[in-house]
Design a protein around this ligand. Structure first.
Ligand SMILES: CC(=O)SCCNC(=O)CCNC(=O)[C@H](O)C(C)(C)COP(=O)(O)OP(=O)(O)OC[C@H]1O[C@@H](n2cnc3c(N)ncnc32)[C@H](O)[C@@H]1OP(=O)(O)O
Ligand SMILES: CC(C)C(=O)C(=O)O
Length: 516
């Protein structure tokens, strides 16, 4: 049997994933995700868009300094300033890539770039050469290829390869393609471009019609050997192709695909949980591979089948993608060693002993309230611990909520703001509303609440609730996540976390802020 081709997994959770409104991540969070991606053995991590902001530049640079096993990549428009900034950011990487792009569809060239097709080719060639003057590993993308003319795509791709691009990416930027047609486009391009053998062909599919994974797989069947994807399918608008679905489709249907990835699938579920917790985007229960119900069997006939022979209703094994691999049952009698070991198995490692100790105290406090602590609880504890960074401006000291039939709910909180304690009170239509009003009576953030959602992290009435709060101010959107067995406390934590994120961009203080 002939060896299979390698399918390059290019993860763009930290770049396109971050383009989901509200999914903004700070440098420390991006680094945590990058480490999880390295553990997952992704080939390329697109760490950001270095020119976009100082924060993006610093995040790409620190990922380039830290990650050893995966290639670290920065996106750049086809302009010198972007390319030079990307080069500077990835310079510390053992393996660095510059990914430059320009739009090739008639609509983008005419209305957005205001350039003729020939000018676009010229600019693409100049950009690829500039990128090659910095690094050998250069990727070129034809933005909106899904709506571009085939002849033009072939011309620009040939020129980009001649200029030195090693990877040619064909994005379906607006999720317009249909699998059979997209696969045929990829086949035609590879067949028609005379120097196609000098590059790896890649795809980057968006999910506007829910077809991102199908289109990517159709492309792989027609010669694409890199897929750009994100954990949980995060990404601009309806998102990108989901990494876990691509990887498991290729692995499960080895009879159909001539490719294999080097992904260590056991880290898929922990990586999914981490991205969900950091971004505040919950994973829908029926999401393939990583949704809570992905391996759950509810109906009698299915349960009967699975008991008799698992494969009657399961095409993958849950533990192969990282579900319930724990042999250590964590509870109030567990010690620090088991705690550290289990966290390590989940891909969580604290940098300092004091962080570990803080997380361990949180774990013991939770274990007093809950009989059994699940992996999801541990992930939430780790996130809570790592979120309580020194630069957090606000934190919750304690709170009391009064909610009684026929009485207006009332919340009293003690908050720490800039190192000083403040007592605040609020009334509202419910206990959560009263809590948010109490916090705002001090902070007066001027934010609009865009989303409030509660999810039970595990099952049972003693489960921790995980609350996501999305705030918007001046066009900037942030998510805060908080977990607790009391959902009102989880709500307060999530709101405060969102305010901390907003405050990293500056928050007004209410002139009447009550001193203690
Ligand atoms: C399909 C994708 O996902 S592409 C990635 C999208 N991600 C982002 O845009 C996030 C980061 N973006 C940013 O921070 C900013 O948009 C920046 C820093 C890149 C640019 O900011 P600004 O200089 O203020 O430009 P602005 O965003 O208003 O407009 C984009 C400009 O880039 C041009 N442009 C867009 N794509 C490209 C490209 N690939 N190559 C060259 N120029 C481009 C546009 O035509 C426009 O030029 P104009 O100002 O001369 O009309
Ligand atoms: C920059 C490219 C790859 C992109 O994100 C898109 O076209 O969607």
């Amino acid at each position: 049997m002939s060896a299979k081709d390698h399918l390059v997994i290019f993860d763009t959770t930290l770049r396109d994933g971050e383009q989901s409104p509200g999914a903004t991540m700070n440098k420390a969070e991006k680094l945590r995700i990058a480490k999880a991606l390295e553990k997952l053995r992704v080939d390329v991590i697109e760490a950001g868009f270095a020119i976009a902001s100082e924060g993006d530049f610093e995040a790409v640079k620190s990922i380039a300094e830290t990650i050893k096993e995966s290639t670290v990549c920065s996106l750049a428009r086809a302009v010198d300033v972007d390319i030079d900034r990307a080069a500077e950011a990835i310079r510390p990487a053992e393996r660095g890539r510059i990914h430059t792009f320009i739009a090739t569809s008639p609509i983008h060239m005419q209305y957005k770039l205001m350039l003729s097709p020939d000018e676009v080719i010229e600019q693409a060639v100049r950009a690829v050469k500039r990128a090659r003057s910095h690094v050998d590993d250069v990727e070129f993308s034809c933005e909106d290829a899904g709506r571009s003319e085939l002849d033009f795509l072939c011309r620009i791709i040939e020129a980009a390869i001649d200029a030195g691009a090693r990877t040619i990416n064909i994005p379906d930027t607006v999720g317009y393609a249909i699998p059979e047609q997209f696969g045929e486009t990829i086949r035609q391009i590879i067949h028609r471009v005379p120097n196609a053998d000098k590059a790896i062909f890649s795809v980057h599919c968006h999910n506007d019609l829910g077809l991102a994974v199908s289109n990517s797989l159709a492309a792989v069947m027609n010669g694409a050997r890199q897929v750009e994807c994100t954990i949980n399918g995060l990404g601009e608008r309806a998102g990108n192709a989901s990494l876990e679905e691509i990887v498991m489709a290729v692995r499960t249907r080895q009879d159909l695909f001539d490719v294999e990835t080097r992904i260590d699938a056991q880290h898929i579920v922990p990586a999914s949980r981490l991205v969900s917790t950091i971004t505040g985007f919950p994973v829908q229960p029926n999401k393939a591979i990583v949704g809570a119900n992905a391996f759950a069997h509810e109906s009698g006939i299915h349960q009967d089948g699975v008991i008799k022979h698992r494969e009657t209703y399961e095409i993958m094994r849950a533990q192969d993608v990282g579900w319930h691999t724990n042999s250590l049952v964590m509870g109030k009698h567990s010690g620090r060693n088991a705690f550290r070991t289990r966290l390590k198995e989940l891909g969580i490692e604290f940098e300092t002993e004091s962080e570990l100790n803080e997380a361990f105290s949180r774990f013991k406090a939770l274990a007093d309230l809950k009989h059994e602590i699940f992996d999801e609880d541990l992930q939430a504890i780790a996130s809570d611990t790592l979120q309580s960074e020194e630069d957090a401006r606000f934190s919750l000291v304690c709170m009391k909520v009064c909610s009684e039939t026929g009485v207006v709910p009332r919340a009293s909180l003690t908050l720490l703001m800039d190192g000083r304690e403040h007592k605040v009170e609020g009334e509202g239509s419910g206990p959560v509303d009263a809590t948010f009003r109490a916090i705002e009576s001090l902070v007066d953030s001027g934010c609009n609440l865009q989303l409030y959602s509660v999810n039970a992290i595990t099952s049972g009435t003693d489960a921790q609730g995980e609350v996501t709060v999305r705030l918007e101010r001046g066009g900037r959107i942030v998510n805060g996540v908080g977990a607790d067995t009391d959902i009102v406390i989880a709500s307060a934590k999530a709101y405060i976390e969102a305010l901390n994120q907003i405050s990293r961009g500056g928050v007004r203080q209410h002139p009447q802020a009550a001193d203690v």
